[in-house]
Design a protein around this ligand. Structure first.
Ligand code: TRP
Ligand code: SF4
Length: 344
């Protein structure tokens, strides 16, 4: 029998994702596929950050719950295993409402205003009024999400790195103000940078829901093939007889991520010599994508909605128990517990 490490003997990781609706291949390659691997080595907490959706979509909350369910299904389809990972929904674990208030007290406004994405997002999403307390406080919410679980590592992509750095600064400030014995109440977590390959969407720009250029994890084979057909290619290769360059082609980028070395070699040779046409090349890319997506879609389809609800229910309870442990330390260190009138 192989030795099974008990969950508590492993370093803990925590990460979350906003419920943007059905996830796409960029979400999969840039986060989920990595989370699935982490399950072998770490005690894992993965959550759906639905309260974060409120920071930008507070005016219309009608889609958040259904989006969260889709994301949960994509988590399970990708291979997150509820036996090995605690999978939960942020809004169902009340400690996520409690710690942000306390950390908000000690977080200087300047730290929040300086977050690189802050002003940028306000400009980019000009159709939404983001001049709210909640939106400015987003990094405090994220710091709380993390610190509640006292994780060693936070697996995120580069776009989230600044937020984890800020989390570390908030934790450090907390620990200098409030002490409880020798051990720090909120240990500073480290970023575990997720390697994310360049993944273009059908228009050649980075795959992103806001560009409408995605291939979704749930896209059936005909849809994948159709999307590939319309995908942009090396702009220098106009006619079938023109030689092309896979390194300048979004389809080439997909091959680099998903195709076997043999197929990739055929793509380089055939494209550079004009020996293959783009239509054929794209059909090979589609083959590779379908191979990745098929088992994910099969696994996804094996879960009923009540089963997903049950998994989340159990995950929420486990997460709440772990978060409450931290909150008790936080309340004690801050002298917010009953009886602290006399223990001062
Ligand atoms: N901010 C992250 C995103 O937009 C989601 C997130 C919320 C998160 N809380 C987190 C990620 C805590 C890691 C840890 O993708
Ligand atoms: Fe791109 Fe393939 Fe066409 Fe070359 S053959 S330009 S790699 S689609």
């Amino acid at each position: 029998m192989p030795e099974q490490a008990t969950s508590s003997s492993r370093p803990r990781v925590l990460s979350g994702m906003r419920p943007t609706g059905k996830l796409h291949l960029g979400n999969y390659m840039g986060a989920l596929a990595n989370w699935v691997k982490l399950q072998d080595q770490y005690e894992c907490y993965f959550f759906i950050a639905d309260l974060h959706a409120l920071t930008t979509d507070y005016a219309d909350t009608s889609q958040i719950a259904s989006n969260s369910l889709e994301v949960a299904l994509d988590f399970l389809g990708a291979g997150l295993d509820p036996e090995r990972s605690t999978i939960f929904v942020q809004s169902q674990v009340t400690q996520h409402y409690e710690l942000p208030l306390l950390l908000g007290m000690i977080t200087p406004l300047g730290w929040l205003e300086r977050v690189p994405s802050y002003k940028e997002m306000i400009d980019n999403l000009a159709h939404k009024d983001l001049t709210t307390y909640g939106f400015l406080g987003y990094p405090v919410l994220m710091a709380s999400d993390i610190l509640l679980y006292q994780p060693t590592f936070v697996p995120v992509g580069q776009d989230q790195q600044a937020h984890v750095e800020l989390t570390r600064e908030i934790a450090r400030r907390f620990n200098t103000f409030y002490k409880l014995g020798e051990q720090e109440v909120l240990p500073e977590p480290k970023v575990l940078l997720t390697p994310s390959p360049k993944l273009p969407g059908t228009d050649g720009r980075k795959m992103s829901k806001s560009y409408g250029n995605t291939i979704q994890m749930t896209d059936p084979e005909p849809v994948v093939r159709q999307k590939l057909k319309t995908m942009v290619t090396d702009p220098a290769r106009i006619r079938r007889t023109d030689k092309g360059e896979p390194d300048k082609c979004p389809v080439g980028d997909l091959h680099k991520v998903f195709s076997t070395p043999e197929t990739l070699a055929k793509v380089y040779d055939g494209c550079r010599s004009a020996g293959i046409g783009c239509i054929e090349c794209k059909s090979w890319a589609a083959d590779a994508l379908v191979q990745v997506l098929n088992p994910i879609q099969e696994r996804r389809a094996s879960f009923t909605t009540p089963q997903v609800e049950e998994i989340l229910h159990a995950g929420n309870a486990k997460a709440a128990a772990r978060a409450e442990q931290t909150m008790q330390e936080v309340r004690t260190a801050m002298r917010l517990t009953p009886g602290s009138f006399t223990s001062r």
